[in-house]
Unconditional design. Structure first.
Lengths: 75, 438
């Protein structure tokens, strides 16, 4: 699995949701931003999958709704 | 046996509570059997002849789960998952939708197929979805091992058996397995009793009184003008929330007596500022199920995702959500309206950069939800259209005389508005009430 760091995760979330990068930090979660909805969530996961070159279990999608949970999963 | 019935509160619950903690002192696994037998008894109390159906479903699905978990071949695993989901949907469809399908075939083809009039097993919709979630978790490798006793307990745990919340195996099992949870916790006991009391107040004082006004309105739907129509629809919107969330509060409180924390199902849904936000707050465990078991797998199966495809899938998921509530085209309309609301909401977010003021958003969302609930409650489309016409002022503006006590109506509506829009919810109470654990 290819490595991915905090900056890259923030960039992916920012690009997918159109939330400015400076508004996202390690403590950010989907409920903080109305633009981080289910549609954005699936796009975030697909972008991460492409980056790490590995499929993420479908049941994990709804759990990876914060920067921290994404980073923990990718550890 | 309803949660607020004397037989449940004064006999059943104290006996199960006492046995649960007493036997746990002497045996590590007795609690499982106590809760399983309690669940079967609780279910059989409603209809003893239909309780074997739940047991058959439990045994078959435990077998399916084992097959999925123990197989190393991916294609075989997937086949078993598809077969098992099909089995569960067929099980649900046979008992819940067979006559609905026959009725529609008869209408379309002018045939005279006899209806089956099969009995409707209580809670079948809830435990079917919970079972499907379990099978998907087995397929995804989230469940490493399960015994028949533990799986039975997961399905038949009586506080959430009848009306949810829809729970996940991995949320419940660590709690059941934790030996500390078999010692009485004064904090959980107090919180549990407070929640049961709040749930009962919501159900008996608010929902049941609102139901009287709702029934008067729907019985006289042809005579409802502007004020009567609004009153009827608003009362139902509040009634369904107090009824359902009250029941969930009682379920959460009862589970807490056994030191089990059920997942949150409502987060002040009428404070939602958009339809997307509404479904993040209303029947949360159903939304999560739809998301995890239908929406995400479906959308991920596409070779290329675009906005239009995602919206179409959203719409179909909400048709499923609608028909899940019951065998009626009006539930389909309810689902379609919510699907449509979500499409409009997502499109707005895509097209416009600005965010609507939260009070305006809340007002628009509440009124849209209120409109959709008319279809949810109505028995025929004529009921719904007549009430909607009334709300638009097309049936006149003279307050009907079948509402006798107007002060009572104003009072109950004010209390409902105050609780749903101003007060914190029971989950806040659960998180923030400071009770010392002796």
């Amino acid at each position: 699995m290819a490595k991915i760091n905090l900056d890259q995760v923030i960039s992916i979330v920012s690009q997918t949701t159109k939330i400015p990068k400076k508004k996202i930090n390690i403590n950010s979660k989907s409920s903080d931003f109305y633009r981080w909805d289910s549609l954005a969530q699936i796009n975030i996961i697909i972008t991460i999958e492409k980056k790490i070159k590995k499929k993420i279990n479908i049941s994990k999608i709804s759990e990876l709704t914060s920067i921290k949970s994404i980073l923990n999963y990718l550890k | 046996m309803l949660f607020h019935s004397p037989i449940f509160l004064l006999i059943f619950l104290p006996i199960v509570f006492a046995l649960y903690y007493y036997t746990s002192k002497y045996s590590k696994s007795a609690y499982e059997y106590i809760l399983i037998v309690a669940g079967i008894f609780f279910y059989a109390w409603w209809n003893i002849y239909l309780s074997p159906l739940v047991l058959v479903s439990i045994i078959c699905n435990f077998f399916f789960g084992n097959l999925i978990r123990n197989s190393s071949e991916k294609v075989f695993k997937k086949r078993i998952l598809i077969i098992s989901i099909f089995f569960n949907i067929l099980f649900l469809a046979t008992f819940k939708y067979a006559d609905f399908v026959i009725q529609n075939i008869n209408y379309l083809f002018d045939s005279k197929i006899q209806k089956l009039y099969l009995p409707f097993p209580l809670a079948i919709s809830f435990f079917t979805f919970q079972t499907i979630a379990y099978l998907v978790d087995c397929y995804d490798g989230n469940i490493k091992k399960a015994s028949l006793a533990k799986y039975s307990l997961f399905i038949i745990f009586f506080p959430q058996l009848i009306a949810g919340p829809i729970v996940r195996y991995n949320h419940m099992m660590p709690q059941f397995n934790n030996e500390k949870n078999r010692i009485i916790s004064h904090k959980n006991l107090t919180l549990g009793l407070i929640l049961i009391l709040i749930g009962m107040l919501k159900k008996i004082i608010l929902a049941d009184n609102l139901a009287i006004l709702v029934n008067v309105g729907f019985e006289n739907y042809q005579n409802l003008e502007f004020f009567g129509s609004w009153l009827t629809s608003l009362c139902f919107t509040f009634q369904i929330y107090f009824d359902f969330s009250g029941y969930i509060d009682m379920a959460t409180g009862i589970a807490l007596l056994f030191n089990i924390r059920l997942p949150q199902n409502f987060e002040s849904p009428y404070k939602a500022t958009s339809i997307i936000n509404f479904w993040q707050r209303w029947h949360i465990t159903l939304s999560n199920f739809l998301m995890n078991c239908i929406y995400f797998p479906w959308i991920k199966s596409l070779k290329k995702i675009n906005f239009l495809k995602a919206m179409l899938i959203t719409f179909f998921v909400f048709i499923i959500a609608g028909i899940w509530h019951g065998p009626s085209w009006l539930f389909v309309i309810f689902g379609c309206l919510h699907g449509l609301g979500l499409i409009i909401n997502h499109s707005f977010r895509k097209l416009f950069k600005f965010k609507i003021n939260k009070y305006i958003g809340c007002f628009l969302t509440f009124n849209y939800v209120n409109l959709t609930f008319i279809f949810f409650k109505s028995e025929t489309l004529a009921h719904s259209t007549s009430i909607i016409k009334g709300m638009l002022g097309l049936n006149g503006f003279i307050f009907p005389d079948f509402y006798e006590n107007k002060i009572y109506i104003i009072l109950i509506l004010l209390i409902s508005i105050l609780i749903t829009f101003i007060f914190k919810n029971t989950n806040y109470l659960l998180e923030n009430l400071k009770i010392e654990n002796k």
